[in-house]
Design a protein around this ligand. Structure first.
Ligand SMILES: Cc1cc2nc3c(=O)[nH]c(=O)nc-3n(C[C@H](O)[C@H](O)[C@H](O)COP(=O)(O)OP(=O)(O)OC[C@H]3O[C@@H](n4cnc5c(N)ncnc54)[C@H](O)[C@@H]3O)c2cc1C
Length: 456
């Protein structure tokens, strides 16, 4: 079977590429592969009762399937070039922002119309941050919420399902470059396609590295972000989250002059496990539906590390730290800030007495046995810095979950079409290392679709 376009990965990158192709040329013959299930069949077995923590399924329903890693996320679409990826370096700042707004318009049309857009523009909070040695990054944030994000994805799936061929539970094993097309291998068989868009996200990191190696496509080492997820009573941060929803705040530590930043803020949200290639780390999300909101707010505090010579495997470094926490805690570890400061582990009893009730069932332990001193010192300094703008952040009962690791894929060498050295072979989204967010990954999908259609 020969297709006009094969898309590998049905995450935001793949979905918006397919949407744009179909919308502009209904006659195209398109196939989309995904190693995970279709959306309605994606179900994480953790139910809080029989299955309390990650059982390391072969294909993780949180990370794989229609909607990709973003399917059960908080659905925060950050419209900015300041963070979320370096797409603008390839396609220009204006085009990148225009495409992110275009994706937002699609999301509004497909079910997100009643959701709120927040903005740092004209925020008084920027000045307060500055006065306290903190920097607030500029962004507009569309918060769909986990529930509306699911509705938008369902509607997009319904729009696409009769117009393209979906092959779920189908991992592509290999891509071969033929004279004028690509051969795509899966389950002991193959198809061919004139153009191929690879959008396999973080869960496809090892696979895409192998494909690049086999095809002689250059990759460059990327950074890794390591830290903890902080959980506090929502009231402590409400003056910030009510105005901005998500604030990206950066602090430069006095001790090492390292940057520590807030990431993925979830007002009234939940802390969750994340399984990347069998390693359990922590993440968070929140619902738009008031009935599903919790009394807590969570966000990550992260420090970036990039290695070069002689060691350049930044992800490997992050993996080792995550593995250490998995070894000590059997998964994610939780610790009260007061226990960390007093140099003692948290226990079931201490967590039970804490006034902050954890929203994730994690193992009480000692994060100082897991995180390198330099990273941990930076996180502690940042917690005290945040305490100045949100008093209570440094309370003893503040919960820290570890470890949170943001793995970034190796940066694949692509040109300003997001095309590899092979004509018609595109690598986009988080899998390419170019993007790290819903909005940037989605925008990269629209961009390559337009490139294929000669619309750019
Ligand atoms: C819990 C959680 C919360 C998040 N919250 C936010 C948020 O609020 N805002 C934000 O901007 N970002 C968030 N993110 C990150 C965001 O989800 C990603 O940046 C985004 O999904 C990247 O899109 P993508 O299309 O590049 O890759 P993905 O969404 O990872 O999709 C890749 C798809 O490719 C498939 N695949 C992989 N390998 C193969 C293969 N060999 N063959 C076939 N299919 C394959 C996978 O199954 C997957 O479905 C969150 C992530 C998680 C895990």
């Amino acid at each position: 079977m020969n297709y006009d376009v094969a898309i590998i990965g049905a995450g935001p990158g793949g979905i918006y590429a397919a949407y744009e192709l179909v919308k502009n040329n209904a006659g195209l013959n398109i196939v989309i592969f995904d190693s995970g299930h279709e959306l309605s069949k994606r179900k994480c077995p953790i139910d809080g009762e029989k299955v309390k923590s990650c059982i390391k399924c072969k294909v993780c329903s949180i990370m794989n399937g229609f909607g990709g890693a973003g399917a059960f996320s908080d659905g925060k679409y950050n419209i900015t070039n300041d963070f979320g990826g370096s797409l603008y370096e390839y396609i220009g700042k204006k085009t990148a922002l225009d495409l992110m707004h275009y994706v937002d318009d699609i999301n509004m049309e497909y079910g997100g119309a009643n959701t709120k857009m927040y903005s740092t523009a004209d925020s008084t909070f920027k000045k307060i941050c500055m006065q306290n040695d903190l920097q607030l990054l500029d962004a507009s944030v569309r918060h769909l919420g986990t529930d509306i994000n699911y509705v938008v994805l369902t509607n997009l799936y319904n729009f696409l399902k009769d117009k393209v061929t979906f092959l779920f539970d189908t991992a592509v094993t290999n891509i071969e470059v033929k004279d004028s097309h690509y051969q795509i291998d899966y389950k002991d068989t193959s198809i061919t396609a004139d153009k191929c868009i690879v959008s396999v996200g973080r869960s496809g990191s090892k696979w895409i590295e192998k494909v690049c190696e086999d095809l002689g496509i250059t990759t460059h080492s990327n950074r890794v972000d390591i830290g903890v997820r902080v959980e506090i009573p929502a009231a402590i941060f409400s003056h910030i989250t009510d105005q901005l929803y998500e604030s990206k705040i950066v602090y430069r530590t006095h001790k090492f002059e390292d940057n520590v930043r807030t990431f993925c803020m979830n007002p009234n949200g939940l802390v969750v496990n994340e399984n990347t290639n069998g390693i359990v780390t922590v993440n968070g999300h929140s619902f738009e539906d008031p009935a599903k909101k919790t009394d807590n707010t969570n966000f990550a505090l992260l420090v970036s590390k990039r290695f070069s010579v002689p060691f350049k495997d930044s992800n490997g470094y992050g993996e080792s730290i995550a593995r250490l926490s998995n070894m000590l805690g059997g998964g994610v570890i939780v610790q009260r800030f007061g226990d960390l400061e007093r140099g003692r582990r948290s226990t079931e009893e201490r967590i039970a007495q804490s006034r902050v009730k954890p929203t994730l069932n994690a193992t009480p332990g000692d994060l100082s046995l897991v995180l390198p001193k330099r990273i941990l010192d930076g996180i502690i300094e940042m917690i005290y810095a945040l305490d100045k703008i949100a008093p209570g952040t440094a309370n003893d009962d503040t919960l820290l979950y570890g470890v949170e690791v943001k793995f970034y894929n190796m940066e694949v060498e692509v040109d300003n079409h997001l095309e590899t050295k092979y004509k018609g072979l595109y690598m986009i989204g988080d899998g390419s290392g170019v993007t790290h967010s819903l909005s940037h990954a989605s925008a990269s999908g629209v961009y390559v679709a337009r490139d294929i259609l000669n619309l750019n």
